[in-house]
Ligand binder design. Structure first.
Ligand SMILES: N[C@@H](CCC(=O)N[C@@H](CS)C(=O)NCC(=O)O)C(=O)O
Length: 191
């Protein structure tokens, strides 16, 4: 059976939604980052990067949100969660890379972890400000690109699962858009 390590309220929510979306049974292992559960030696053996999410499939341990999302989506190819055509697939990859690398890694990284971007404490506020600016700019780009449609192509894809936790600003207007539809979707019962 699939095993999935997640932290409540973290970016692991996105692949967690996807697991329900494909309807395959899985074991969810709660690993609260807030209590340091991702820093134990047992978890380090699983993922030396000490991050959630982690997915274990038949003999494989998969890390990194875009890779995990693809691994889950490709278990149910008929659902088209990686896009319904080669170009939609490319667009999904484009979104995942940008959301994960630029918006989350750079924007929220600077905002939440300024110490990863500067050694001098005096620079932290400036780094945080830069992160905030990246986030606001990115959200404006998201608004312009998706409007009321799905993020990629004409149907729901893995990209629709990413917010709200990967992009957790409360004031985000894109919650009304294709991204926000995630929360309105019925959960597929595990078969
Ligand atoms: N590049 C990783 C980032 C994952 C990540 O930063 N996860 C956060 C939770 S949203 C985490 O585990 N944080 C623990 C920490 O930073 O110590 C991915 O895409 O999966």
């Amino acid at each position: 059976m699939l095993k999935f390590w997640y932290s409540p309220g973290a970016c692991s929510l996105a692949p967690h939604i996807l697991l329900y979306e494909i309807g395959e049974p899985f074991e969810a292992i709660e690993t609260p980052v807030s209590s340091g559960a991702h820093l134990t030696s047992e978890f380090t053996r699983l993922n030396p990067k000490n991050r959630v999410p982690v997915l274990a499939t038949e003999g494989h341990v998969i890390t990194e949100l875009p890779a995990i999302s693809a691994a889950i989506a490709l278990r149910a190819p008929d659902l088209g969660l990686m896009g319904g055509s080669p170009m939609e697939n490319v667009r999904v990859l484009e979104w995942l890379n940008w959301l994960s690398g630029t918006v989350r890694g750079q924007g929220f990284g600077c905002l939440w972890r300024p110490e990863c971007f500067a050694t001098a404490e005096s620079a932290f506020e400036s780094v945080k400000g830069q992160g905030q600016a990246t986030i606001v700019e990115s959200y404006q780009a998201i608004e312009q690109r998706i409007g009321d449609a799905h993020a990629s192509g004409t149907s729901f894809t893995v990209v629709g699962c990413l917010p709200p936790r990967v992009l957790p600003l409360p004031s985000v207007r894109c919650a009304r858009s294709g991204f926000g539809r995630t929360t309105l979707r019925p959960i597929r019962p595990a078969s």
